[in-house]
Design a protein around this ligand. Structure first.
Ligand SMILES: [Zn+2]
Length: 239
């Protein structure tokens, strides 16, 4: 939190993503530490606390729930924020999606649906979060889904909503009768999407190189990675 912002009375966002990453890396005790750390942020002047990036909507909301409990226990007031990934990450380890074998160029099979996002927006709102957004993987239709889910609260539909109906109801005009049968919330809400990838597991094994602060491999260098340095890394990599 930049002190200039604090003294100027600006809105300050305390991003718990960093705090949570510390927990997940094992630097601090997970669980009980989240509310404690949260409380430290508003006391330092943050107007908004929450999490950003590295984990999926479900994990992010669980974290904000812990933060909220911490705030309540300490009787500290702050707005809540969540900006999760648009990727499913139930198999993530301590550092989140950066350790997944699919990171960063093969993550598409994990992308959440617009219906996942409508559910996320509703859960986030019910939890008391009022800064509801997304980070890596979010596409415009995901953000639109947040605004559509919360249209009753906001009093209006977002831009481009006229292109389709809520929860697929414009499918009532579809040429195929079995698709017309999908013109309702119950269908999309209960859908269990298949991946269509016969030999793929539903969960990956995240990398766990144990490379943290102070490790040689994390040092930044001015020049490009050399052939020799790359060779060492390639040898270390398991498939
Ligand atoms: Zn991100």
């Amino acid at each position: 939190i930049p002190p200039e912002g604090l003294y100027a009375g600006e809105i300050v966002i305390g991003d718990g993503g960093f705090v949570f990453a510390l927990e997940k890396r094992g630097y601090v005790k997970a669980g009980p530490w989240t509310p404690e750390a949260t409380v430290e942020h508003p006391e330092a002047g943050a107007s908004i606390v929450g999490v950003n990036c590295h984990f999926d909507p479900d994990i992010s909301l669980e974290t904000v729930k812990l933060m909220k409990e911490g705030l309540q226990a300490a009787k500290v007031k702050a707005h809540l924020m969540s900006q999760p990934l648009a990727f499913h990450t139930p198999d993530c380890g301590k550092q989140g999606f950066i350790d997944l074998p699919e990171f960063p160029f093969g993550l598409e099979p994990r992308i959440v649906t617009r219906w996942d996002i409508q559910k996320y927006a509703r859960k986030a709102y019910d939890l008391g979060i009022r800064y509801i957004g997304g980070c890596c993987g979010f596409e415009p239709y995901h953000i639109r889904a947040i605004a559509e889910e919360l249209a009753p609260e906001r009093g209006f539909l977002p831009e481009a909503s006229e292109k389709h109906g809520s929860w697929g109801d414009s499918l009532s005009m579809h040429t195929k009768p079995w698709v017309r049968a999908r013109a309702r919330k119950e269908y999309w809400e209960n859908l269990k999407p298949a991946s269509g990838r016969p030999y793929c597991p539903s969960m990956s094994k995240p990398d766990g190189w144990g490379v943290t602060k102070g490790a040689r491999e994390l040092m930044q260098q001015r020049e490009a990675t050399s052939e020799q340095q790359l060779k060492e890394l390639f040898q270390k990599q398991k498939f």
